[in-house]
Unconditional design. Structure first.
Length: 178
């Protein structure tokens, strides 16, 4: 199967500008606080690395890794935590950083699970959202969003297909050809 990028959706420059805006918004909303940033591995790492440097506040940083059973382009909704956060969430202002919300099932599970640990607040920041793909069981609310997109499979800026393309500096639509 040949993998090509059929369209660049967001250039490195466009993403940089949007990430700066999101960072400024978070800085304003969390003034006087020290949010705990929980990065969902691995797709969010590039976004998170840029975003935390656009936040003008002291922050704490932690990582969580989930896996969804099923094939690689479709979430099954059965999520398990492969690597948990190391920090206690009790009383903290937690912001989950995600790369993309698709069916919403991964984040629904994650938010429910982390909410049980009694954070002072729990919000979600995602670079991308595909609202047309949302499953009715999803209860996800994206508090900070980079871009809403149509139903494309996208790669780059951390997002992968079969572990490839994460290091593209832009977000592009992946086309698979025989
Ligand atoms: P959800 O549970 O269906 O919302 O799936 C979210 C996860 O699926 C994301 O964190 C990504 O890892 C993956 N995913 C969904 N859509 C895409 C895409 O277009 N490109 C790359 N990964 C995607």
């Amino acid at each position: 199967m040949k993998e090509t990028i059929s369209q660049v959706l967001f250039s490195a420059e466009q993403i940089h500008k949007r990430v700066e805006e999101l960072g400024a918004q978070i800085t304003q909303d969390y003034k006087g606080k020290e949010p705990l940033i929980v990065v969902v591995l691995k797709g969010s790492t590039i976004f998170a690395a840029d975003l935390i440097r656009a936040i003008g506040l002291p922050i704490r940083l932690d990582f969580i890794s989930t896996s969804s059973y099923g094939n690689s382009t479709e979430s099954s909704g059965v999520v398990k935590i492969l690597k948990d956060v190391e920090e206690s969430l009790e009383g903290k202002d937690v912001i989950i950083i995600e790369d993309i919300v698709d069916t919403g099932l991964t984040l629904t599970y994650l938010v429910r699970t982390l909410q049980l640990r009694n954070p002072a607040s729990l919000k979600v920041c995602s670079l991308l959202d595909k609202p047309s793909r949302r499953k009715p069981e999803s209860t996800v609310k994206v508090d900070y969003l980079g871009y809403s997109i149509d139903d494309h499979f996208v790669v780059g800026y951390g997002l992968d297909y079969a572990s490839r393309h994460r290091n593209l500096p832009y977000v592009g639509v992946l086309k698979l050809e025989q």
